[in-house]
Ligand binder design. Structure first.
Ligand code: FMN
Length: 289
């Protein structure tokens, strides 16, 4: 049953301009199935998603913040999670599975972060104070023509470089952070899937250190990237997104991997910048299923 999501991981981009029509019934049924079938890597958490269609005349600014002015999706999702086991990472991990699966069915999406408004959002959607929320996912059919905000962001992206991502040598290192590397072999596609992950303010808070057959995943915790101090936790949420892309790539490519969460502690003595938080360790152990 496993679908090859690798091409979709590479081609997905945020959609900010939507067709103003509802989803076909078959697609809506697919969405509902996708929402129910995400996987967690973290035991003890309960992940749920609220699916809302935009009411006629509904003011999305009160829900999505300033972006509600520019983005008018026919639907939006609010993923939330109850549980304390790497909560934000798990939220990102499961929401990205949704984004990629929707993209593979021709449905576009864009994360709209709400960490700094989380209390308001919880209240608005009558969620308990223990519910973790980090971002909405707006969804719908991408509009064929690029106008307005979409055109503006695309043009900005083109100016800033293709797909607006750090080069692989800026995020991947071999044995020490003094040795940038361009991974090959089985790591190449897994790191590429990681590199293409979406992140809040496109901060790309992930760094990889390859050491023998092990990949150490660091979450960059650089508050300056996120404007508001309460937004620094996007780093963990987006590391969860990135992990989902790596996992979906592994499954698609028939590679088996074992993850261990490091919770800030390394099992080998490799010096790393203070802002790089040891997040997880991935060991690839088998190829070709
Ligand atoms: C947690 C999170 C919050 C985001 N919030 C916003 C947002 O408020 N407005 C917006 O236009 N894009 C938002 N984005 C989308 C990012 O800007 C986008 O993923 C990044 O620039 C990379 O571009 P791409 O998704 O097209 O590959 C967010 C992404 C994430 C993961």
């Amino acid at each position: 049953l496993a679908t090859n999501y690798f091409p979709y991981i590479l081609s997905r981009h945020s959609v900010r301009n939507y067709e103003q029509r509802v989803l076909d019934p078959a697609d809506l049924a697919r969405v509902e199935l996708i929402l129910r079938n995400t996987k967690s890597r973290f035991s003890g958490n309960k992940f749920s998603v609220i699916l809302k269609s935009k009411e006629k005349g509904e003011d999305l600014v009160s829900i999505l913040g300033a972006y509600g002015r520019f983005i008018t999706p026919p639907y939006y999702l609010l993923p939330y999670l109850i549980g304390e086991n790497h909560s934000l990472a798990d939220l990102g991990y499961q929401t990205e599975q949704i984004a990629i699966q929707l993209w593979s069915k021709g449905i576009g999406s864009c994360f709209i972060g709400c960490l700094s408004r989380r209390d308001v959002v919880r209240m608005k959607f009558q969620l308990p104070p223990s519910a973790h929320v980090a971002a909405f996912l707006v969804i719908g059919y991408p509009a064929g023509d690029s106008t307005g905000f979409e055109l503006f962001t695309r043009a900005a992206k083109t100016v800033m470089g293709i797909r607006n991502r750090l080069a692989v040598e800026e995020i991947c290192f071999m044995d020490s952070f003094e040795q940038p590397c361009k991974p090959d072999g089985k790591w190449e596609n897994v790191i590429e899937a990681a590199r293409m992950s979406p992140s809040a303010v496109n901060a790309q808070p992930w760094r990889f250190l390859l050491h023998n057959d092990v990949c150490y995943f660091f979450a960059v915790q650089d508050q300056r990237k996120y404007l508001l101090p309460e937004n620094k936790d996007y780093s963990l949420h987006d590391s969860g997104i990135c992990m989902a892309n790596m996992d979906m790539a592994l499954t698609s490519l028939g590679i088996k991997g074992n993850w261990t969460f490091l919770d800030g502690l390394m099992d080998v003595n490799i010096p790393h910048p203070e802002k790089y938080y040891p997040f997880a360790r991935l060991i690839l152990n088998q190829t070709g299923e």
